[in-house]
Design a protein. Structure first.
Lengths: 356, 414
């Protein structure tokens, strides 16, 4: 048996050169320190993305992307397809969980300064992956074609239209017309299942390659040579797996006990329901726009808000190039300070959005 | 005889005046006066006749071209120029009729205008007593107004559908005035409480009837016992058809009972409910049908069928709501349940045929729907239980696997 396996391995080695990867995995180590817990969040995000791909493919078997049939096809999945209810609810919950873990992963790598040299491109690709996951969320949200989804898309694309110069084009590009219609649905469906996965594959591949190349980053307070380490295989992987199984249990429980709502089929002629709001990961931006006055120094307030968020987004991507890789002794750590302010801001505004 | 004489005295329809109403000396002069002499001119400016270019002299005679810029009031209000002053009450109807009964005249203003109001009026109780000289009965101006007459379609008109009942009630709810005629004065109060009164006067539903829809407009008279149901049947056609084929038609006619109004009242028509039907107090059926009679048995059977269907639909609805609250997708069965409720509504109409077999046919369809929805509800709850059991098993397995992993991790050490 063993010789058979090793002969198969030799055959593959000659053709693929796979043993180099095997050695990398076998030698990969993970530092152990008081911040090691944060190492799990990248893998968790990847795992949840895998769940999204798997459940997404299964949903694709039954989903029909037109305004006339989308809602009914989701209803069919929820009621008639065996375990359709499970797959659909898991897909929706896992999406939210993935965005949450992506945010945690981003903030933990920010606070631990993992973006410092030589991991700048790892950070940049990671920031873009975060934006891609938000875009996945936005495009996927419309697909059930229910009232909430329809109006959330209308409001979201309206906001995109506020940008000067590119705004009107962007709005028509996203909507496939002037209004949210079946054309919008088809278009966002295409983005959600083809365009975004293709772009994500590229950046995810880059991100994962760079993580393997540079190894696990350690906090600046830790000496990377002296810090105790555990082997990636099997110690870290087993712990990762335990976490992933816990995530699966959580998703199963959420799907069975709190099935994701179907709602009512979108009626383009009905007025927007009262209290319309976006998904939680857009809430802080939505709430901020509500607080901004209509005009500031003669400039449209909404435009300024979107501009501000765009600049902050750009700043996020460029963090390794604007933030100091060093922690200055005796002075307030600016990266941590800004990071904490942002985290608190997001939490407070999100809470206000739900209370209001 | 009198109407013809009066018509001849008052004369043929007045020609269009030489001046517009606003420019007439009547309006111009009276607008400068006050009190009771100002009122008519002030009101007249909103009058439908004013808007059509007809001036005061159309009813009062006189010369509207003089009296302000030239001459004086005496020239305008000149009997030699046809001025009749305030028309005597007993001549009002004929005066109005002098224009409103002439199709040649009326078609200038409205080619579709009816011109038989006066003829109808003369056949009515009001008209007959008016012709006999009774000054207390209604004539044209009592309902339509005198100087500020609005179109019937105007919501402010006293004869607009929403206002008719209050207008009739001005006299018919006045005990002193009605004492001489010996008729009740509670009709308006009863009508106000009724489902028709609520619909029309509170909810502005112009589909609901008011006094004139059952009693007639100008030919107002109490509908006869044998004719009142014809009025109800104009809107409630299905019930009327069924009633005509039912055993009640002959029985009511023999007993000189007024069909619909026997059970539903005439003015105080309340919202119906299932308590009206059946063999238990306060069912209306018990008014005539004693225990042991065939009617009693039929009433009991019909009531029992309807109550059973209602209960089955409610039970199915509760089951489906429970499933929906638990997160199950049951919008399909809930929609189908509404079809069951439609059968219940249909059953309450079919009751008017007073045939238990016909009713049961309708109820059967409803029962089948209720049963099917109940089955869907049970299936949804079964599925829910299955999911929860499946979850418990899966979570147990996952926790077991996590436990094994932790043991393995501990075993491996760092």
């Amino acid at each position: 048996m063993n010789s058979w396996i090793s002969r198969a391995g030799d055959w593959l080695e000659e053709r693929l050169g796979w043993r180099a990867a095997q050695e990398l995995v076998q030698h990969k180590e993970v530092p152990i320190h008081r911040h090691s817990i944060w190492y799990y969040f990248g893998g968790m995000t990847l795992f949840l993305f895998g769940i999204q791909v798997g459940t997404g493919i299964l949903l694709l078997l039954y989903y029909r992307p037109s305004a006339e049939t989308a809602f009914e096809s989701v209803q069919f999945i929820m009621t008639e397809v065996q375990f359709g209810w499970l797959i659909r609810s898991v897909h929706s919950y896992s999406a939210n969980l993935m965005v949450a873990t992506a945010f945690v992963h981003m903030f933990s790598t920010l606070f631990l300064r993992s973006f410092r040299r030589p991991r700048e491109i790892t950070w940049v690709s990671g920031a873009l992956l975060l934006f891609l996951s938000l875009t996945f969320g936005f495009t996927g949200y419309l697909l059930p074609w229910n009232t909430l989804a329809f109006f959330a898309t209308k409001v979201g694309t309206d906001i995109a239209g506020v940008l000067p110069v590119v705004g009107p084009f962007l709005l028509r590009f996203l909507r496939g017309g002037d209004e949210v219609t079946g054309a919008t649905l088809t278009r966002l469906f295409g983005f959600h299942v083809a365009v975004l996965p293709a772009i994500t594959t590229v950046f995810l591949g880059l991100h994962l390659y760079l993580v393997q190349k540079h190894g696990m980053s350690t906090p600046m307070s830790v000496d990377p040579d002296a810090v105790p380490k555990m082997k990636f295989v099997p110690q870290f992987v087993l712990r990762d797996l335990a976490g992933w199984l816990a995530a699966v249990a959580l998703l199963a429980a959420l799907a069975a006990l709190f099935p994701w709502e179907l709602g009512e089929k979108a009626d383009p002629f009905a007025p927007a329901p009262a209290g319309i709001r976006p998904e939680w990961y857009f809430m802080f931006m939505f709430q901020t726009l509500k607080y901004i006055p209509a005009r500031i120094l003669g400039i449209d307030g909404e435009f300024l808000g979107i501009l501000a968020f765009s600049l902050l987004g750009a700043l996020l991507v460029l963090t390794p190039f604007v933030a100091s890789g060093q922690k200055r002794e005796g002075r307030v750590d600016r990266v941590v300070l800004v990071g904490i302010i942002v985290v608190i801001y997001i939490i407070v505004l999100t809470t206000l959005g739900y209370l209001g | 005889m009198w109407p013809i004489v009066l018509f001849m005295l008052v004369g043929a329809p007045q020609p269009r005046p030489a001046v517009s109403p606003a420019a007439s000396s009547c309006v111009r002069c009276h607008l400068q006066l006050d009190g009771a002499l100002l009122e008519p001119a002030r009101l007249f400016e909103h009058d439908v006749h004013f808007k059509q270019g007809l001036s005061c002299n159309g009813c009062h005679g006189g010369d509207p071209t003089v009296g302000v810029d030239s001459g004086g009031p005496g020239d305008a209000m000149n009997r030699a120029r046809g001025y009749i002053g305030k028309p005597p009450r007993k001549k009002i109807a004929a005066l109005c009729s002098s224009c409103h009964s002439s199709l040649d005249f009326m078609r200038r203003y409205n080619p579709q205008a009816r011109v038989d109001q006066y003829a109808e009026y003369l056949t009515s109780i009001h008209g007959k007593k008016y012709a006999a000289g009774d000054p207390n009965v209604a004539t044209c101006t009592d309902c339509h107004g005198i100087h500020g007459i609005l179109e019937v379609a105007s919501p402010n008109s006293p004869v607009h559908a929403t206002n008719v009942a209050s207008t009739c009630a001005r006299c018919h709810a006045d005990p002193k005035r009605m004492q001489a005629y010996g008729i009740p004065t509670n009709q308006f109060e009863l009508y106000g409480r009724s489902v028709h009164g609520e619909a029309l006067m509170k909810n502005n539903d112009l589909g609901a009837p008011t006094c004139n829809d059952c009693h007639g407009n100008h030919g107002a008279a109490p509908p006869g016992v044998d004719s009142v149901a014809n009025v109800c049947g104009q809107c409630h056609t299905v019930q009327w058809d069924l009633f005509n084929k039912s055993p009640h038609k002959k029985a009511f006619a023999e007993g000189n009972l007024p069909a619909c109004a026997t059970c539903h009242e005439n003015h105080d028509i309340r919202r119906t409910s299932d308590t009206m039907l059946g063999a238990e107090e306060p069912a209306t059926c018990l008014t005539c049908h004693d225990k042991g009679s065939k009617g009693y048995a039929v009433a009991a059977e019909m009531k029992s069928g309807i109550v059973t269907l209602q209960n089955r639909l409610d039970a199915a609805h509760q089951l489906l709501e429970r499933a929906e609250r638990a997160g199950m997708e049951v919008s399909g069965p809930l929609y189908n349940l509404s079809e069951g409720r439609d059968r219940l509504i249909q059953a309450r109409v079919v009751v008017h045929g007073f045939n238990a077999a016909d009713l049961l046919k309708v109820l059967e369809v409803g029962d089948r729907i209720a049963a099917s929805c109940k089955e869907s509800g049970n299936k949804a709850l079964d599925e829910l239980a299955y999911r929860r059991k499946g979850l418990a098993v899966s979570v147990a397995i996952l926790l077991g696997m996590i436990g094994l992993l932790l043991i393995k991790i501990r075993q491996l050490g760092k």
